[in-house]
Ligand binder design. Structure first.
Ligand code: AKB
Length: 320
């Protein structure tokens, strides 16, 4: 069967990069981007686009049927910081959006579903260092609660209805093609723009806040690899732990100073600090490595090198 992908939330930070990578692989006409945004970002304007809310079940069904979709990537979500400001809508979007795609998969309208979970499923009682795949999960954020509930729904639909759903617990994602929106880990993208523009950054997390992070290229490769893996290799149907590197804002600043020696960082922690404090420092992703062959490529040094190089190009292109 010819693969045809639908990306829901294609204008978001991950959605844009995933659309680009899948179009490269499958061809532009085989990857339908969709989002609630009226204006399509230039980067993904070269292929099919549907104006679509994942909460509109009838329209979602119609898009899936009319394009003969075989795989759906449901990337529509409110992230951790914005979820705290609008808990009711976060629950509505993160939960009903997932249930809509699980139910359409159960009806047999398409064959595979990818849905992203997050390190936010862990909480203050979770072991922080090399957090195991199976451990205490007591998220205390709206976003984390919705992701943990989503993981339980994924496993339920896989076991009870044979839905072929695959999922990853993303760490903080760092990329240069698309901007993050509403996450606690967003500082680790903003910092590069401010470092290059003004050699100064005021961080909304404290200097010692260690968090798991990952270069976007690694995350996109993981997303495509897990979705393409033979079904029997996917032994976990809730969501897989996934790790790249871990660092604190202070460590990131030290690495950035190797490229921009006069870079200065100051700290003004806000409400996002308590979210970050409830999440792990580092992640044990051995199950993803052994089950479907995951391997990260970017450590902190490489990630910083690549971000500095690419963000410099972005900023000089916008200055022209
Ligand atoms: C966020 O900060 O909300 C996200 C996440 C860790 O899932 N980047």
């Amino acid at each position: 069967m010819q693969r045809k992908a639908l990306i829901i939330g294609a204008c978001g930070q991950i959605g844009i990069e995933l659309t680009l990578a899948l179009r490269q692989k499958l061809g532009s006409s085989s990857v339908i981007a969709s989002d609630v945004k009226e204006i399509v970002p230039d980067l993904i304007a070269d292929g099919p686009y549907e104006h679509l809310s994942v909460l509109d079940l009838d329209r979602l069904r119609q898009v899936i049927v009319s394009h003969q979709i075989t795989e759906v990537y449901n990337m529509a979500a409110l992230l951790s910081a914005t979820s705290e400001m609008n808990p009711a809508f976060a629950w509505e979007l993160n939960m009903n959006g997932l249930l809509h795609t699980l139910n359409l998969a159960k009806e047999g309208l398409f064959q595979r579903l990818f849905w992203p979970s997050s390190i936010a499923v862990f909480g203050p009682s979770t072991p922080r260092i090399h957090t195991p795949q199976d451990t205490i999960m007591d998220p205390n954020s709206v976003y984390g609660i919705s992701k943990l509930a989503g993981e339980r729904w994924c496993e339920y639909y896989a076991q009870k209805h044979q839905v072929d759903v695959r999922s990853i617990r993303y760490p903080g994602l760092i990329g240069y093609r698309s901007a993050p929106g509403g996450g606690t880990t967003d500082y680790a993208v903003d910092i590069f723009y401010k470092a290059i523009e003004s050699a100064k950054y005021a961080c909304f997390l404290g200097p010692q806040t260690m968090l798991p992070m990952m270069m976007m290229e690694d995350a996109i490769r993981a997303t495509i690899d897990i979705t393409e893996a033979p079904s029997e290799k996917i032994k976990i149907r809730s969501s897989y732990n996934l790790a790249g590197c871990s660092f604190t804002p202070e460590e990131l600043a030290i690495e950035i100073r190797k490229h921009i020696p006069n870079f200065e960082i100051t700290y003004a922690p806000d409400f996002r600090q308590s979210l970050a404090d409830s999440w792990p420092d580092s992640i044990d992703d051995s199950r993803a490595r052994s089950d479907w062959g995951w391997a990260h490529q970017y450590d902190t040094r490489l990630l910083v090198e690549k971000m500095i190089e690419e963000v410099r190009k972005n900023l000089s292109a916008t200055a022209i």
